[in-house]
Design a protein around this ligand. Structure first.
Ligand code: SAM
Ligand code: SF4
Length: 476
């Protein structure tokens, strides 16, 4: 495997203690969403448009096992906390046009890659169930034709409470075309908070009907998302949300700590302290364990199914094995062993550039980076932290070195401080490490990202404000 040579900024070294403190100080940005300040840290490794095809061809050469992700960027309305690529109101009528482009993109990659086996496939968003079920069924059929292994994996899709409650035929159609897992966002249940978050269309009045419909359609693998870390969210209101989620009896519950970057409510980040979010997270983890939902420290998906990860095959393979994935659709991310790319729309969140690229026969990439090893390792580890541990064998298989060889000082520090511990198969977060997630993540960042965090003063940081303006402008 050949990685790009690191530039000067990625050859520096810093003391683990100072990096850990910088991560803790900047806890609103130091998390699993890697990289940070990408213009500065990844900008030097950007590939020119003319080289996309050749670079993709090289990057995918020798990759036999792959996951697939398809992004559907439509929603009934845009929740103000949402960090995902979702189009504005004026583009909601273009679902058929969009899906036609998605089919085209699938064909382009299938032709470039030749026969490949899939190990995971998620249809996410946005809200994929916003579009007509026949469009999803057609996409499923096309993926079946283009890739191998579809019969052996569990395909997962996302929905909202209002769609699942009011459009049961869609759920039946998903099961018929081979989708086995479904995930639904509850987020919070308080009507006043839902209103503030522009999500009052998905209140509790839909939840029980939604669950009854998806069970009747035959879904026996169902996840609920809940969120914490909103300004003014009290422990009591969080407890009520979690009790409600438990009463829905899903197979899995995923806790999302609010990430403010690139959202319309990023200005509220200052009102949420690390102590507050820790208190909410601790209570939730204790309560979930009492209710029979298991997860090791650091993992945010809790499952009541013994031996299961609680997540889709796509997420499990990505997180545990760092398996490469092809992302199709607006703003989608593609990850190989040596490159990472973001599709058109990742910043602007509108359909036009994505349509234009595909109509011209080009890969719809907005940014494509050939990265040095330090960034690819950092990305894999940040994603591994979704499950609170780094798989030792997977890391070695991917990068040709052990974790100890790659991060001697950082691991010594993390183990000595009681933040991580060695297990037979993994280097795992402890409960103490889970409380210091941001500092711990930062230890594994590439040097240029560490330098950025060391120089960033969270009190003065202008990047949140800039991002909020952009989020407001593109939100529609
Ligand atoms: C692609 S989204 C949504 C799926 C579906 N449209 C819904 O709203 O239920 C997946 C999950 O990400 C979480 N999420 C969205 N924005 C977030 C943010 N800014 N920080 C942390 N989690 C977020 C929410 O819990 C959401 O359910
Ligand atoms: S949380 Fe779900 S429904 Fe809300 S804007 Fe994001 S993707 Fe759409």
């Amino acid at each position: 495997m050949t990685w790009t040579t690191p530039n000067f900024a990625d050859q520096q070294s810093f003391s683990p203690q100072s990096v850990f403190e910088a991560g803790e100080r900047n806890h609103h940005v130091s998390n699993t969403a890697y990289p940070i300040a990408h213009e500065q840290t990844w900008g030097p490794y950007r590939v020119g448009r003319a080289q996309y095809r050749e670079s993709l061809q090289q990057a995918f050469a020798g990759i036999d096992n792959l996951c697939l992700y398809a992004h559907i960027p439509f929603c009934e309305k845009r929740c103000s906390f949402c960090e995902y690529t979702v189009v504005g109101r004026n583009e909601l009528n273009q679902t058929q046009e969009y899906m036609n482009r998605l089919y085209r993109e699938l064909d382009m990659y299938a032709e470039l890659l030749g026969p490949r086996r899939l190990w995971g496939f998620d249809i996410g968003g946005g809200t994929p169930s916003f579009v007509e079920a026949r469009l999803i069924a057609e996409f499923m059929e096309r993926v079946h034709r283009r890739f191998e292994g579809m019969d052996q994996l569990r395909v997962s899709i996302e929905t909202t409470p209002s769609i699942a409650a009011n459009q049961p035929d869609k759920l039946v159609a998903y099961r018929e075309c081979g989708i086995q897992r479904i995930s639904m966002g509850i987020q919070v249940i308080q009507p006043d908070l839902l209103l503030l978050l522009n999500r009052d269309n998905n209140g509790v009045e839909h939840h029980h009907q939604a669950v009854a419909n998806l069970r009747a359609a035959g879904f026996d693998d169902f996840n609920v998302d809940v969120m914490y870390g909103f300004a003014g969210q009290s422990l009591a209101s969080w407890q009520a949300t979690l009790e409600h989620a438990l009463a829905l009896n899903p197979e899995a519950i995923t806790l999302y700590r609010m990430r403010y970057k690139l959202t319309r409510i990023s200005h509220q980040a200052d009102q949420v302290s690390l102590d507050q979010v820790r208190q909410l997270a601790r209570w939730a983890k204790k309560r979930l364990a009492q209710a029979g939902y298991q997860a090791n420290p650091g993992k945010n998906t809790f499952t009541r199914v013994p031996g299961d990860t609680g997540t889709s095959d796509y997420i499990s393979r990505r997180v545990i094995e760092g398996m490469p994935y092809l992302g199709l659709g607006l703003g989608a991310q593609t990850f190989t062993h040596t490159t990472i790319g973001y599709n058109d729309g990742a910043v602007g969140k509108n359909l036009l550039p994505y349509f234009r690229s595909l109509d011209a026969g080009n890969f719809p990439l907005q940014d494509h980076y050939q990265l040095p090893l330090v960034h690819m390792m950092a990305k894999m580890i940040c994603v591994s932290f979704y499950f609170g541990e780094i798989d030792r064998q997977a890391f070695h298989d991917k990068f040709g070195r052990t974790l100890e060889q790659a991060y001697p000082a950082e691991i010594d520090y993390a183990v000595a401080q009681g933040l991580m511990e060695w297990k037979p198969r993994s280097l795992a977060m402890t409960t103490h490490g889970e409380d210091h997630f941001s500092g711990l993540c930062a230890l594994f960042h590439a040097p240029s990202v560490k330098a950025y965090l060391l120089g960033r003063d969270p009190e003065q940081a202008g990047d949140f404000h800039k991002h909020r303006k952009l989020a407001l402008r593109v939100a529609g």
